[in-house]
Design a protein around this ligand. Structure first.
Ligand SMILES: *Cc1c(COP(=O)(O)O)cnc(C)c1O
Length: 390
């Protein structure tokens, strides 16, 4: 492929390896293993002397196609697909870290990521220090001799805090540590962490990359050396949190429309964020595309638009927040995001319900907070649906 193609073109034309039938749409290879021509070829494939597929826990042509397409969009040398976003994060830390290593992580992370770092990795003697997503000096002060990895999401879930990727990449380089960015909310259409100095990008492909709420998937992206030689791919092929060929195909096709979807999600979200700011029962609106966002300037520099997630706080705490949810007729009450259908969540009792009240307070997840992942419906209809409960 030529180097100077635009993202929407790459999303349609990368990763195509036609079979003998010359199909136009990509084929789906539902097979657990691959046949060898001889015992010698089997041996050569297993030893690595001959490239090629062996077994779908290692590689599969449909998964490879999806990996090539996502890598092209992120501007990454290599992509490793995983069964879910969480298994992408797990593969990353299991591949890169050992007992005794230290992680610095943003305090404003997806709830399951906080749980993984604080309640599972700590059993294997990998300690995590949680710091403010936005305070670069706090990251610098948290660096220890054994710090190996810095981990963040930007914008964060659910408060849409913006971490300065370029500034934190300097901190990571000085600490001789990897900077890992979960790019789930923006996707490569709106933000390119690798170009800003990150070493590794994580995706929950379950969200916008699929884009229609159909399958789970994830990915780790970065340069070949970090992914293939560090042990991330080795962990995946041995431990097996591999993306299925079927899910890879769904995501591969989802990527084809990613750009126009992200543009529409962003435009609808901005419209709804402006409208929410005018509502008397809404105390705060968190959206990086609003000039009232405390990091509006940084967001404008770092990402193309505000994205599709709007979080807002209603007067009256949990009761009032639940009333907004229970008064909807159109918006789905579900914890997923990045779907074509709008979804509404009460973070304090769902996605962030398993973390302690203390950690929730520190992260600013108040009882009146609601997160809407704005879909592709008409914003007029969405506003009418929200207005009922407000
Ligand atoms: C959903 C999500 C994840 C986890 O992805 P799964 O596919 O559900 O495992 C990780 N990070 C962020 C920001 C997410 O929204």
């Amino acid at each position: 492929m030529s180097d100077d193609l635009e993202l929407e073109t790459l999303a349609l034309h990368t990763g195509i390896h036609r079979s003998q039938f010359n199909e136009h749409s990509e084929a789906m290879y539902l097979t657990s293993s691959f046949v060898f021509e001889s015992a010698a070829q089997a041996a050569a494939r297993f030893s690595g002397d001959e490239p090629g597929n062996i077994y779908s826990r290692f590689t599969n042509p449909t998964v490879t196609a999806m990996q090539e397409r996502l890598a092209a969009l992120e501007g990454a040398e290599t992509c490793i697909a995983t069964a879910s976003g969480m298994s992408a994060i797990l593969a990353c830390v299991m591949g890169l870290l050992s007992a005794g290593d230290h992680i610095i992580a943003s305090r404003s992370l997806f709830g399951a990521t906080v749980n993984l770092f604080s309640n599972i990795l700590n059993r294997f003697k990998i300690e995590t220090t949680f710091v403010s997503a936005t305070d670069v000096e706090a990251w610098r002060s948290a660096v220890q001799a054994n710090t190996k990895l810095l981990f963040l999401e930007t914008p964060s879930n659910p408060l849409t805090e913006i971490s300065d990727i370029a500034a934190l990449s300097t901190v990571a380089k000085q600490a001789n540590a990897w900077l890992v960015v979960d790019n789930c909310f923006c996707t490569p259409i709106l933000q390119k962490p690798l170009a800003l100095g990150a070493d590794i990008v994580i995706h929950s492909a379950t969200k916008y990359l699929d884009g229609q709420g159909r399958v789970l998937g994830g990915a780790v992206l970065g340069n070949r050396e970090v992914l293939m030689e560090s042990g991330i791919f080795g962990f995946l092929r041995t431990a097996g949190p591999t993306l299925s060929a079927f899910n890879a195909w769904v995501i591969l096709k989802g990527l084809e429309t990613l750009k126009i979807r992200m543009e529409a999600h962003s435009a609808h979200a901005l419209d709804i964020a402006h409208w929410l700011e005018q509502q008397p029962n809404v105390t705060r609106v968190f959206y990086p595309g609003l000039p009232s966002h405390p990091q509006y300037e940084l967001a404008k520099r770092q990402q193309a638009t505000g994205g599709g997630i709007v979080t807002f706080e209603v007067k009256g705490g949990k009761e009032a927040a639940w009333r907004v949810i229970d008064s909807t007729r159109l918006i789905s009450i579900t914890a997923n995001l990045g779907d074509a259908k709008s979804t509404l969540t009460h973070p304090a009792t769902t996605t962030h319900g398993r973390i302690s009240q203390e950690a929730r307070d520190a992260a600013g997840i108040t009882d009146g907070l609601l997160r809407i992942a704005v879909g592709l419906e008409s914003p007029r209809d969405l506003k009418a649906d929200l207005a009922r409960g407000l």
